[in-house]
Each structure stands twice: as structure tokens, then as C-alpha cells.
Design a protein around this ligand. Structure first.
Ligand code: FAD
Length: 292
């Protein structure tokens, strides 16, 4: 097999020219773009998938402020606005371990769209950054690919919010990356329907009584001890027991983690309980293998 080919040089049309280009629309990119546009800067928010919100909307991470407990000093800012806007539209539910609200991931797509439009951000979906445009050491733009083909976007400032530092990497910024065997585990977030919520809550709060001191198998948490007695939605021992009793077959090493909210219809959302190690999420073959 030939290992590499040389592509012919080509002319790439410029799709947009802007003051600020934010790449990636997760909580960081969305916030950067809204903040930028509110100052009056001409701002484009670019996202490879079909909705804004990143892990919040694409993965289902609904918990946003589980640090908020009685007596905590809270912060303000655009993150807080997301929660308030979502709540006003009925897109939140109480967060089980704190006094905050979880944000409904489907509802947040609407909230994000509205806030982008109101701030004056130019949205661009279905466009993946595949390369950068450099002049010497200066970053002048990016190359995107999507259904419209390959295009250039020029910008005075580019904010890399891809989560993987794609733009910085392609621009030649120094970086470090651990060996695959040492990379963080990947999670398959899932949702279950048909839960007897009252029974579950009774069991968890009156029998299981999980605390932060229980965290361990997949998430090695080091605290100074002050959180140890606080209620936490982490579960581990019960899965280990179920495995030992043959209720969970196979290798149950990876099963442990947190549950989140319940809908009125009895769906358990954001079950963050399955971990797998040995995947490099910048390798398409590994991501493919991880999904199987
Ligand atoms: C399973 C899981 C559970 C978590 N649970 C919690 C939790 O309960 N509470 C909490 O606060 N945090 C949680 N986190 C962490 C939280 O989700 C992240 O810290 C947060 O999403 C980081 O935001 P971000 O904007 O930097 O990146 P992301 O949300 O990852 O957004 C990056 C965006 O960039 C886009 N992108 C990437 N590459 C390109 C490219 N080349 N071109 C164009 N677009 C690109 C992606 O599609 C994505 O939309 C969890 C994370 C995971 C994975």
C-alpha cells in the first residue's frame, strides 16, 4: 500500500472575513463568541456539527453548576445566563446533588441559537476546521470543509475552543500528549426510560447513602476531606456487587459513575457510568472502534 500521496495545489474560495473567529461551540466557544459580539466585534462562531453547545448538546452533559450548595459563593457571567434563560423557557430540572438546575440538552440548542442571534454572532454549522492559513508565525485564518466543499475563513483573531486544540495544533503550537495507555478514559453517556423514580430515590437516599468519599474506580478524586460526607450521585460498590452476584455479566471493571436528573416521564438522564480506556480521540480509527 502507498503510505502517502501528494495533493495538487488548488485555489480555495474565501467564505468569510471577520474580526473574531471562534472555532468550536461548546460552553467555552459559545461564551467566547457571545462575549466578543457583545463588545461590538464582528464575530463568527464555527462548529463542525449541526448544533451549538458542544458536549452539553452533543453528548448530553446537562449538569452545569453542581458546585452550587447552600453557602457557596456563586459567580455571575454568561454561564449563569444560560441557566436562567433555560429555566425561563422550562428547559431545566432540579439538579440532584446541589441547589442548581440541570439544563435540558435539547432545549439548550434553542437557548444557544437565541443567544447567538441576540448578540449578533454570525453562526456557521456543519463546517470542520481542517487546516490553518499562516503568514510566517501569524495565524490569518482557517480552512474548513463541509458539504459546500473546501473554503477559507479569514480573521484578525482566532479563538480555539475545539476542546482538542485543533487550531493551535495545526498552527504549530507546542503541545504534549500522553501515551494512549495513559489517556483519560472515554465515557458513553446514556439515558434509561421506565424508572421507578420514587423507589430509586428511596433506595439511594435511605439505604445506599453515597458520599464524595465513595468516588474512586474510574475517577480518582483527591479532596482535602471537607467534601467527604456530602451526598454524591456516584455509584460503584453496587455495580461491583451485582457483577459478583452474576447480575452484570462480563467484565464490569468499567462500570461506575454518576447519575443525574429524572424527567417527569421517568427517564434517567446523563448516566455517566461506563468508562473505556485505551482510546485516542484524535484518531478516527480509535473513535470508530470506541463506538462499537
Ligand atoms: C462524558 C462527560 C461528562 C461530563 N460531565 C460533566 C458534568 O457533569 N459537569 C460539568 O460541568 N462538566 C462535565 N464534563 C466536562 C464538560 O463537558 C467539558 O468541560 C466542557 O464541555 C468543555 O467545554 P469546551 O467548550 O471546552 O469543549 P466541548 O464542549 O468539547 O466543545 C468543543 C466543540 O468544538 C467542536 N469542534 C471540535 N473540533 C472542531 C473542528 N476541528 N472544527 C470545528 N469544530 C470543532 C466540537 O464539535 C464541539 O462542539 C463532562 C464531559 C464528558 C465528556
Amino acid at each position: 500500500m502507498t503510505n502517502a500521496i501528494t495533493e495538487p495545489s488548488r485555489t480555495t474560495p474565501v467564505l468569510m472575513d471577520t474580526d473574531v473567529l471562534v472555532v468550536g461551540s461548546g460552553p467555552s466557544g459559545l461564551t467566547a463568541a457571545i462575549a466578543s459580539a457583545r463588545t461590538g466585534a464582528k464575530t463568527v462562531l464555527l462548529e463542525r456539527y449541526g448544533c451549538f453547545g458542544g458536549v452539553l448538546t452533543q453528548v448530553g452533559v446537562e449538569s452545569f453548576a453542581w458546585y452550587r450548595h447552600e453557602g457557596t459563593e456563586d459567580c455571575e457571567g454568561i454561564g449563569r445566563e444560560y441557566e436562567r434563560r433555560a429555566k425561563a423557557l422550562g428547559f431545566t430540572r432540579p439538579e440532584p446533588q446541589s441547589i442548581s438546575e440541570v439544563i435540558d440538552t435539547e432545549g439548550f440548542k434553542f437557548v444557544a441559537d437565541r443567544m447567538i442571534v441576540e448578540a449578533g454572532v454570525t453562526p456557521l454549522l456543519h463546517s470542520q476546521v481542517v487546516d490553518v492559513i499562516m503568514e510566517g508565525n501569524a495565524l490569518k485564518g482557517v480552512i474548513i470543509e463541509g458539504k459546500s466543499g473546501r473554503k477559507a475563513i479569514l480573521a484578525k483573531r482566532i479563538v480555539d475552543c475545539t476542546g482538542d486544540a485543533d487550531v493551535a495544533y495545526k498552527a504549530g503550537a507546542p503541545y504534549t500528549k500522553r501515551d494512549k495507555s495513559e489517556l483519560m478514559g472515554v465515557t458513553v453517556m446514556f439515558t434509561c426510560a421506565g424508572i421507578d423514580v420514587a423507589r430509586f430515590n428511596d433506595f439511594v437516599r435511605n439505604e445506599l447513602k453515597p458520599t464524595y468519599a465513595d468516588w474512586g474506580k474510574n475517577w480518582d478524586v483527591i479532596t482535602d476531606g471537607k467534601e467527604d460526607d456530602m451526598f454524591s450521585p456516584y455509584m460503584e460498590e453496587i455495580f461491583t456487587r451485582a457483577h459478583e452476584e452474576g447480575i452484570i455479566p462480563g467484565d464490569a471493571q468499567a462500570i461506575a459513575g454518576t447519575w443525574s436528573s429524572f424527567t417527569a416521564e421517568g427517564e434517567a438522564m446523563q448516566l455517566n457510568m461506563v468508562y473505556a480506556f485505551g482510546f485516542d480521540c484524535t484518531d478516527v480509527l480509535d473513535i470508530t472502534r470506541g463506538g462499537n
